[in-house]
Design a protein around this ligand. Structure first.
Ligand code: SF4
Length: 220
C-alpha cells in the first residue's frame, strides 16, 4: 500500500511539473498555432509529402491576434463581472493611438471561464459606437444645452453641490433625540462591475457621509 501511495504521489507531482513547464514555455496562442501547423505537417508526411508539408508549415498565416496587445479586464455591464480579454493594435508609443480590434471571454477567469452573454459578446460595438459618451457633460442653470467639460470641472462641481446639499439636509438626530446621522437627499449610483476592493471603499465613503440611497446600474 505505501508503494501504491508513493507512486500516486510521484505521478501527481510529475503531472503538475509538466503542466507548469508547458504553461511557461507555450502560450495558449502559440499552442493553437503550433498544433494546427503540426497536424497539417504530420498528415502530409503520413501521405508521403514530406517537403510539401514543410512548405505548408512555412506558409501558414500567422494567428491574427499575434501582433496585438492582450489586456485583461472586467465586462462593464452587470454584477456577474465576467472576465474579458481585450486585444489592441498599436505599439504603445506615446504618439501612437491604440485601437481595440477584438474582445472575448477570458478562459482563465473563475467567474465565466471564457463565456460571455450576448451583451458581453457585443462589447466591441460599444467601444466603437459613435454615440458613446467619452467625457462629462454639463448643462448650466437656465441653459438647454449640454456642453462637454473636463473631469476636473465635473468632479469639483459634484463635490461643491454634495457639500451644499449635505450641509442643508443632514439629520444628526431624529425626533426622539437618538443619533441617526442620515443624509437622504443625495444618492450614490456605483458601478456593479467594480472589484471587491473598489466596492468596499465606495461603500465606506457613502456610509461615512451618512448617505442611505445607494445602488448600482445592474438594478436600474
Ligand atoms: S458578459 Fe453578460 S453576464 Fe457577464 S458581466 Fe457582461 S453582461 Fe454580465
Amino acid at each position: 500500500m505505501p508503494l501504491v501511495r508513493a507512486l500516486a504521489a510521484w505521478h501527481a507531482r510529475s503531472a503538475s511539473d509538466t503542466r507548469g513547464r508547458l504553461a511557461v514555455e507555450l502560450s495558449r496562442r502559440g499552442f493553437i498555432k503550433l498544433s494546427g501547423a503540426g497536424l497539417a505537417v504530420s498528415s502530409l508526411s503520413a501521405l508521403g509529402f514530406g517537403f510539401a508539408g514543410a512548405a505548408l508549415a512555412a506558409s501558414v498565416r500567422s494567428f491574427k491576434l499575434e501582433a496585438t496587445t492582450e489586456t485583461r479586464n472586467t465586462c462593464t455591464y452587470c454584477s456577474v463581472a465576467c472576465g474579458i480579454l481585450i486585444y489592441s493594435i498599436g505599439d504603445r508609443a506615446k504618439n501612437a493611438r491604440s485601437n481595440i480590434i477584438h474582445i472575448e471571454g477570458d478562459p482563465d477567469h473563475p467567474v465565466n471561464r471564457g463565456t460571455l452573454c450576448p451583451k458581453g459578446a457585443a462589447l466591441l460595438d460599444i467601444v466603437h459606437a459613435p454615440t458613446r459618451l467619452q467625457m462629462p457633460k454639463y448643462r448650466a442653470p437656465g441653459s438647454n444645452e449640454l456642453k462637454p467639460v473636463s473631469w476636473d470641472f465635473a468632479l469639483g462641481r459634484i463635490a461643491a453641490l454634495m457639500k451644499q446639499d449635505r450641509d442643508a439636509n443632514f439629520v444628526a438626530r431624529n425626533a426622539a433625540g437618538t443619533r441617526v446621522n442620515r443624509w437622504t437627499s443625495t444618492g450614490m449610483l456605483a458601478a456593479s462591475a467594480s472589484s471587491s476592493e473598489t466596492a468596499y471603499v465606495t461603500w465606506k465613503i457613502a456610509r461615512a457621509f451618512g448617505m442611505l440611497v445607494f445602488d448600482n446600474q445592474a438594478r436600474v
